[in-house]
Structures are given as C-alpha cells and as structure tokens.
Design a protein around this ligand. Sequence first.
Ligand code: ADP
Ligand code: MG
Length: 242
Amino acid sequence: MSVVVKLEDVHKSFGLVEVLRGVSFEVSAGEVVAIIGRSGSGKSTALRCINRLEKIQSGSIEVCGRRVEAPDLDLRALRQDVGIVFQSYNLFPHLTVEENIVLAPRRVKNVKGAEAHALARTALEQVGLSDKIDAYPEQLSGGQQQRVAIARSLAMSPKVMLFDEVTSALDPELTGEVLRVMEKLAKGGMTMIMVTHEMGFARRAADRVIYMHTGKVWETGTGAMLGSPQTPELKNFLANEL
Ligand code: ADP
Ligand code: MG
C-alpha cells in the first residue's frame, strides 16, 4: 500500500522546550489512525507539522511523496492534499454554508458557477447536510457547523484529512453526529489522522492507535491495544480517561 504520510525522527522545539522528541510513524492510503495522549504530549504539534503550520528542527516529513521541510516545497499543493479540521470551526458568519464551502476552491482552483454549486452539494451530502446549503452558520447547531467545516475541507478533494479534537468544543449530545460523519468518511476509504479524546470512537473507527507521551510515540497498535495497554503510562492515561 502506498504511504501517504511518513514522519521520521521528527524533532520540534518551541524555544528551549522540545515538544516532539523523535516522532516516527507512517500512514498508508485508506488507513485511519487515531492519536491519543495527555494534554501537552505534542499531538496537535505533530498534526500541524504535517501541514507545515509549524516547521521542524530535524527529521523528515513526507506527504504524498513531497518533502514537507524542503526549501522549495509547493506549500499550496501541500495544503490542497492535506485537509485539516480543528476544534474551532471558524465559519464566516456573514456567508452562507455554500459560500463558506466554495470560498477556497474558488480562490485556489478557480471553480465557479454551476460547478461550484455542485461541489458544495456533493460535500454537504457527504456530511448529511444537503438541506442546509443556504443557511447561515448562526442558524446551525455546533455539531452542524463542525460538519460544514468538514465539508469545506472535503471540497478541496484532500488526499488525507487531519482532525484535531473536532468534538471537544461540542456538547455531548452533538458529538455523536460529528463522529458518525468521520466514521462514514473512514469507511469510504479516506486516509485520516485524528487526534481524539473519544476512546470508544478511536477503538471502533481506527485501524491503528498511536499513544503519545512526552513528545514521543509511546505505544502503538490496533484499537484492541486500548483494552490491553502494555506501558504503565498508557494504563494510567486510560484509567483517567474512562
Ligand atoms: P497536545 O495537542 O497533545 O495537547 P500540543 O502539541 O498542543 O499538545 O503542545 C505540546 C507542547 O508544546 C505544550 O507544552 C505546549 O504548551 C507547547 N506549545 C504548543 N504550541 C506552542 C507555541 N506555538 N509556542 C510555544 N509552545 C507551544
Ligand atoms: Mg492539542
């Protein structure tokens, strides 16, 4: 299977503090990987480095055959290949759902008119919100807004999607609908790396789970690893999560 994302011995510091201390992992096409770990363990930083929102000090990151740290990196091409969705969905309040979704494709790919409309419709179908195409963000629940944010990413036809605790800001009753959308994407063959605190979801939806601790990949395995942690650190983490 082709490798979509590959980190090799990645080191990342903020000032004197090293927050990624030799992180290596690979994600193949169609694979769904969940990253779990305590707050501050470097999960978000790892995702942000993949999209070059952060620069690394040493090691290498490859995305779709592209060296992310190369001086001549085509940043625009990288960002087209890598969709990223955050906890805060940041939709433009003065734009409709459709306008929010087609903003980037219009700017980057010069998509317009009927083609743009079709793009928005297809993306909204994927997140089950076809009927909200003309709504404004404030007319939607938090869960629906987050699903629109996912649709906005999908409209760029990314090769890999990164999700950083996308349900953490939502009320518990709205979490399920967003997780279901992610599970559907996963089943549809999307390559995904998701940072999540939802252990049940990680176990169910992920092909592989990576437990990060103090800036390192501490333990990795299938979802079943959450039922039989090998290290005291993961045991302890799971005991506090559940
Ligand atoms: P996680 O997502 O696992 O909670 P983060 O990757 O956000 O962890 O953060 C890892 C460490 O890096 C934390 O100690 C955090 O304070 C620090 N950190 C993250 N971003 C920055 C930044 N822009 N400047 C300085 N320190 C940062
Ligand atoms: Mg984080």
